[in-house]
Design a binder for this molecule. Structure first.
Ligand code: GLU
Length: 484
């Protein structure tokens, strides 16, 4: 074993980078960076039925966007490649031969239909299904006969009987399984392709992986993997299994659950900030202790530690994520938020694809008006809708306010002022409203509320002077004329 610290993220490239995968990758990455080790991304792409052509790029693009960079993978190479399982098939044969020669694995000629029937019988008897071992000790003659029938063998690992397989999980502590609960399992399919459990231990061994950090769903695979390491005389890596992530209802997260955004690419297209997503994901099952919740990537690297990773499930709280992203948006430079919001407004047809100088300046001010309120950039479209609509409608509260006695006087005076104003800027709004106050005698709420409600339909909103300016003289006059 090499002395350097090496960890890996080993997704099956079956689709987009999901929150769960992103967390596994991030925890591996944080620990690698903290310990000055290497972070490897390799792909378990041998399951052709689940293969998605763009799966590898989707995974790498997601990680790249998050800023989770890797030292070895399919794109940058590395001295332990290839990093794609389908390109590694030739590396596994000596290990298959070794297991067969030592009797730790054997050829099994049972067909899928036969296994299915066996399983059904066991279930009918109320037993937990496991391979009964029909081909465990075939003679040469029996084997030849089965092959003569045209049967293609799979290869099964011979699970040692009556053993306790135990290990110290870096998150869960002492874990043990009884080998008798585990039937002899297939390590190579009839088509010669190794199964996950077998290929993964060889990849981890050949890549000198020191520690396997992965999801809890793999916990029950670990005793299988440990027994194979032992049979091959190889030293196993350490293991850390991360608890599952629950949705806000504390139910197991389902990919169909639309109350949460689950894929990293969606966060990107909705205009979340990657460093906020990293911060949020880091806290899914880990906490450094204390009240602080906002951490830069460097702080996460410095503080991350498996000993503070929780055994209990993490709960995905979309409100907290939005709160956190808003905190990052508030801190970010306006120009960065403009870059995120402009395409959203353009995509929604609110702004032309090509902006001239004046349009751009207007848009920057508009985005600035809402920056503090945005949970993510795409929200700008709904929030700023009042600046784009043609007519203005009022809800019950608005109509009641506009029906108050003094309102007509305020709005007529305001309309006159707007018509006569020499120029129409944010600063001139102040003088303009002052003039209305002098003319009508109304001030404060009595002055500002009718103007705000008449022009925006809302009781509350961003800075009034800025709002009036951004609406523009034309829209303001049209809305007032309509109302009066
Ligand atoms: N391909 C497996 C997965 O996506 C990786 C399991 C492992 O890390 O060992 O869950």
């Amino acid at each position: 074993m090499s002395t350097s610290f090496r960890v890996r993220y080993a997704p099956s490239p079956t689709g987009h980078l999901h929150i769960g995968g992103a967390r596994t990758a991030l925890f591996n990455y944080l620990l690698a960076r903290k310990q000055g080790g290497s972070f490897i991304v390799r792909f378990e792409d041998t399951d052709q039925s689940r293969h998605v052509e763009s799966g590898i790029d989707n995974q790498l693009d997601g990680l790249r966007w998050l800023g989770v960079d890797w030292d070895e993978s399919v794109d940058v190479g590395g001295s332990y490649g290839p990093y794609r399982q389908t390109e590694r098939l030739g590396l596994y044969q000596p290990f298959i031969d070794q297991l067969l020669a030592a009797g730790n694995a054997y050829r099994c000629y049972c067909t899928e239909a036969e296994i299915e029937a066996e399983r059904a019988e066991q279930e009918a008897r109320g037993e937990t299904p496991k391979y009964a071992g029909k081909c465990r000790s075939l003679t040469e003659d029996e084997r030849r006969e089965l092959e003569a029938q045209g049967r293609k063998p799979s290869i099964r690992f011979r699970v040692p009987e009556n053993r306790i397989v135990a290990f110290e999980d870096r998150v869960r502590g002492h874990v043990e399984f009884e080998s008798d609960g585990i039937g002899d399992f297939i390590i190579v399919r009839p088509d010669g392709i190794p199964t996950y459990n077998f290929a993964v231990i060889l990849d981890d061994h050949l890549m000198d992986i020191s520690l396997v950090i992965r999801g809890e769903e793999h916990l029950s695979n670990t005793p299988r993997q440990l027994m194979m390491y032992e049979a091959l005389g190889l030293q196993a890596p350490e293991f850390a299994h991360l608890s599952i992530i629950l949705n806000p209802d504390r139910k197991k997260m389902s990919k169909r659950d639309e109350s949460i955004v689950q894929f990293i690419a969606q966060y990107n297209s909705l205009g979340y900030l990657p460093e906020a997503i990293v911060n949020f994901i880091a806290l899914l099952g880990w906490s450094p202790g204390g009240e602080e919740e906002i951490f830069t990537k460097e702080e996460l690297i410095a503080q991350f530690d498996l000993s503070r990773v929780s055994k209990s499930p993490a709960v995905f709280d979309m409100d907290k994520l939005n709160w956190m992203n808003n905190a990052y948006i508030k801190k970010a430079d306006l120009s960065r938020i403009v870059d995120l919001c402009l395409p959203q407004l353009q995509k929604a047809g609110r702004l032309p694809e090509q902006l001239d100088e004046a349009q751009r300046e207007w848009a920057v001010k508009l985005i600035g008006l809402y920056k503090e309120q945005l949970n993510f950039a795409a929200e700008i479209v709904d929030k700023s809708e009042l600046f784009f609509r043609d007519g203005q409608e009022y809800d019950e509260e608005g109509r009641a306010l506009l029906a108050e006695e003094h309102v007509h006087a305020v709005l007529s005076s305001f309309k006159n002022q707007v018509e006569q104003a020499a120029d129409y800027t944010t600063d001139s709004m102040k003088a303009l409203l002052k003039a209305v106050q002098q003319e009508t005698g109304y001030k404060g709420k009595q002055l500002f509320m009718p103007v705000r409600v008449a022009l925006t339909g809302q009781m509350h909103g961003p800075d009034l002077n800025e709002t009036l300016y951004l609406l523009g003289r034309g829209r303001v006059l049209a809305r007032l004329a309509n109302l009066l």
